[in-house]
Design a protein around this ligand. Structure first.
Ligand code: FAD
Ligand code: FO1
Length: 448
C-alpha cells in the first residue's frame, strides 16, 4: 500500500494490545485501505484486530431511509469479517466517547480510522484524540488519491485539480490485497444483537426505506457490473437525459463506502466500452468526486455562504434586493407545491425514490435560489432537503453540488442577470431543449 494513504493523527508510544479499526465512511470489508493498514499494523505487532462502528442516532438529518440502507449492509460486513476471524462491535452513544471508552476497556494499542472531510467526523476524531493515550491513524480509504496528497489547498476549478490528480493517479492506482484470515483472536463478546439495534434505533421514520436499490457490497458489485455491461458505452450520450436510465446509480453505495471508487475506476478502465463515454464517467467519478472532498477538506464553511468565491459573493450581494416573481418557504418546497411541474417532479423523485437525477439536481438547486428570500436561505433549504431525502446526501458531493449551483463554487462568472448576478443560470427552456420534460413529469407522477 502506498504509505501516503495513512497519516498519524495522534502520536503516542505503541504498547502491546489489539488494534481497532474504527469504521465510519468506508463501510466494507474488502478493497478497504484503512482495514488493510490496520491488519498490517496488527500482524506486525503480533496483535488481534477488531472493527468497531459507532452508531449515532442523529447524523446530519438522516432518517430511516438512510439508516436502513446502512444497517442492512453492516450486518453483511459483520459476517464477512467473521469469516476472516475479525470481530465486529457496534458501539452506541457519543462516538468520540464510545470509541475512547471501548479502547480503554479493551486495552487497545492503536486506533485506525477512515477519512472524512466533514465537520462531524472531524469533531468525533478530536474527542478521541483528546481522551486517548494511544496512537490514532487516519487512512483515506475513500479517495483514490488521498485528499491531503491530491492538493495542499482548496482548488478553485476542476481544471486546476484535474492536472494535479492526473499526475498522482499512477502512484495510487494499485490493486487491493485480499483481507487475510487474522491469526490472533479477540473475543468481543459475540455477535451484534441486530434486532435490538433496530428496536432501539431512534431516528425519523417518516422518510421510509426504498426498494429499487439494495444495500451492501454484493449489491454494489452487481450494480457496477450491470452498469459496465449495459450503460457505460452510452454514458456520454445518456447521462444528462432524466428519461434515460443513463447514470450508474452508484452514488448511494459510494456515499456509504459499500464499494470503493478505486474498484469502480479499475473496472471501468478495463471495460470494453466507448472511449469517450469512459472518459466522461471517469471525469465524474474521479475528478469531480475527489474535488468535492478537496472543497470540504480545505473549506470548513462548505455549507455556508462564506464558502462561495469572492466574485459570486459580491454579485449575489449586489442582487439581494432584486424582486422575486415567486417566493416559497421550506414547507412549500418540501411538498413540491411550486408553479413549475418540472421542479415539482424532481422534488418528488427525490422524496419518493431517494435519488434525483443528476441533471435535475442542478436545475432544482438553482430554482431554490430564484424562489427564496436570500442565497443563505436557498443554501440552507437545499441542504436540508438533500440531506433528509437523498440516499447519497450528507456527503461532500452534496455540499459542493449545492455550492456550485447557488454560489458558483468551481464555476466561472457568467453574464449578469437578476437574483443570480453572475452565477450561472438554468432555465426551464434549456431543460426542454435537452430532453422530453413532459414525459419526465408524467413518469414521476403528479400528486393526487
Ligand atoms: P453517475 O453519473 O453514474 O456518476 C458516477 C459517480 O461520479 C457518482 O456516483 C459520483 O460519485 C460522481 N459524480 C457524478 N457527478 C458528480 C458531480 N457533479 N460532482 C461530484 N461527483 C459526481 N452527489 C452525491 O453523491 N451526493 C449528493 O448529496 C449530491 N448532491 C448534489 C446536489 C446538487 C445540487 C448537485 C448539482 C449535485 C449533487 N451531487 C451529489 C452530484 C451528482 O449529481 C451525483 O453524484 C450523481 O447524480 C449521482 O448519481 P450516479 O451515481 O448515478 O452518477
Ligand atoms: N457513520 C458513522 O460512523 N456512524 C453513524 O451512525 C453514521 C450514520 C450515517 C447516517 C447517514 C449517512 O448518510 C451516513 C452515516 N454515517 C455514519 C457515515 C458517514 O457518512 C461518515 O461517518 C462520514 O464520513 C462522516 O463525515
Amino acid at each position: 500500500m502506498n504509505s501516503d494513504r495513512a497519516r498519524i493523527l495522534k502520536k503516542a508510544r505503541h504498547k502491546r494490545g489489539p488494534v481497532a479499526y474504527w469504521m465510519s465512511r468506508d463501510q466494507r470489508a474488502e478493497d478497504n485501505w484503512a482495514l488493510t493498514f490496520a491488519q498490517e499494523l496488527a500482524i506486525n505487532g503480533g496483535s488481534a484486530l477488531g472493527v468497531i462502528f459507532t452508531l449515532s442516532d442523529d447524523f446530519l438529518g438522516a432518517a430511516l431511509r438512510q439508516y436502513g440502507f446502512m444497517l442492512r449492509s453492516l450486518v453483511e460486513i459483520e459476517e464477512a469479517l467473521a469469516e476472516k476471524k475479525i470481530p465486529f462491535a457496534l458501539l452506541r452513544g457519543d462516538p468520540g466517547e464510545a470509541v475512547s471508552d471501548f479502547a480503554e476497556e479493551q486495552s487497545v494499542s492503536a486506533i485506525v480510522t477512515d477519512f472524512s472531510p466533514l465537520a462531524t467526523k472531524r469533531s468525533w476524531n478530536e474527542r478521541v484524540i483528546q481522551r486517548l493515550a494511544v496512537p490514532v491513524y487516519e487512512v483515506d480509504a475513500h479517495n483514490i488519491v488521498p485528499s491531503w496528497r491530491a492538493s495542499p489547498k482548496q482548488e478553485y476549478s476542476a481544471r486546476t485539480f484535474r492536472q494535479k490528480i492526473k499526475r498522482l493517479l499512477p502512484l495510487f492506482c494499485e490493486e487491493f490485497p485480499s483481507l487475510k484470515v487474522h491469526p490472533h483472536p479477540w473475543d468481543l463478546g459475540g455477535r451484534v444483537d441486530w434486532d435490538r439495534i433496530w428496536r432501539d434505533l431512534d431516528v425519523d421514520r417518516t422518510v421510509p426505506e426504498v426498494n429499487w436499490i439494495f444495500p451492501g457490497a454484493a449489491a454494489a458489485r452487481e450494480a457496477l457490473q450491470r452498469f459496465l455491461n449495459e450503460k457505460l458505452s452510452s454514458y456520454d450520450r445518456d447521462r444528462n437525459d432524466p428519461n434515460r436510465d443513463g447514470q450508474s446509480n452508484l452514488s448511494p453505495y459510494l456515499h456509504f463506502g459499500m464499494i470503493s471508487a478505486a474498484r469502480i475506476a479499475l473496472e471501468a478502465v478495463r471495460a470494453d466500452a466507448d472511449p469517450k463515454s469512459k472518459a466522461a464517467f471517469l471525469e465524474e467519478l474521479v475528478v469531480r468526486r475527489e474535488l468535492s472532498d478537496n472543497f470540504c477538506y480545505y473549506n470548513p464553511g462548505y455549507d455556508s455562504f462564506e464558502a462561495f468565491p469572492d466574485w459570486a459573493k459580491k454579485s449575489l450581494n449586489d442582487h439581494r434586493s432584486d424582486p422575486r416573481e415567486h417566493l416559497y418557504d421550506q414547507k412549500e418546497l418540501e411538498r413540491a407545491e411550486t408553479h413549475d411541474d418540472l421542479w415539482n417532479a424532481a422534488q418528488r423523485e427525490m422524496v419518493l425514490r431517494g435519488k434525483m437525477h443528476g441533471y435535475m439536481r442542478m436545475y432544482w438547486a438553482k430554482k431554490i435560489l430564484e424562489w427564496t428570500e436570500s442565497p443563505e436561505e436557498a443554501q440552507k433549504i437545499a441542504i436540508y432537503l438533500n440531506d433528509r431525502y437523498e440516499l447519497d446526501g450528507r456527503d461532500p458531493n452534496g455540499y459542493a453540488g449545492i455550492a456550485w449551483s447557488i454560489g458558483g463554487v468551481h464555476d466561472r462568472a457568467w453574464g449578469e442577470r437578476e437574483i443570480f448576478g453572475k452565477v450561472r443560470y438554468m432555465s426551464r427552456r434549456g431543460a426542454e431543449s435537452k430532453f422530453n420534460v413532459g414525459s419526465y413529469v408524467e413518469r414521476i407522477g403528479t400528486p393526487e
